[in-house]
Design a protein around this ligand. Structure first.
Ligand code: SF4
Ligand code: SF4
Length: 106
């Protein structure tokens, strides 16, 4: 297991590793400042908009830019990102789960 993965070349948790980034009531900054990115579903679930992954398989958060090679992966709403993102620590179990799902960690 890579103990210090690099987010700029990874982006796993923002792209195909997960298929939804939840936005909950306590994500006040996201709800107030990123309204265009928040999707309100009929069943009450809220999450961030997704875009098709360049690979054609899966999707990624619409706030993510970069490709991890020519341009580092970067969150365009970093200060307003929901807790689901800010609470995911680099090097944590969920980080490595995300990386394994995209083939970056063993
Ligand atoms: S999966 Fe881990 S290393 Fe990759 S972008 Fe997310 S926090 Fe960073
Ligand atoms: S809001 Fe930012 S940190 Fe959260 S999944 Fe999207 S790009 Fe990643």
């Amino acid at each position: 297991m890579d103990p210090t993965p690099d987010c700029a070349t990874c982006g796993a948790c923002c792209r195909e590793a997960f298929d939804s980034v939840p936005v909950v009531d306590t994500d006040e900054r996201t709800l107030a400042r990123q309204r265009d990115l928040v999707v309100h579903h009929d069943d009450g679930w809220r999450d961030l908009q997704r875009t098709a992954a360049p690979s054609g398989c899966g999707s990624r958060c619409a706030a993510l830019i970069g490709d991890g090679e020519l341009a580092p992966y970067r969150c365009t709403i970093y200060d307003d990102r929901p807790a689901a993102c800010s609470e995911l620590e680099v090097g944590s179990e969920n980080c490595h789960l995300a990386r394994r799902r995209v083939g970056l960690s063993t």
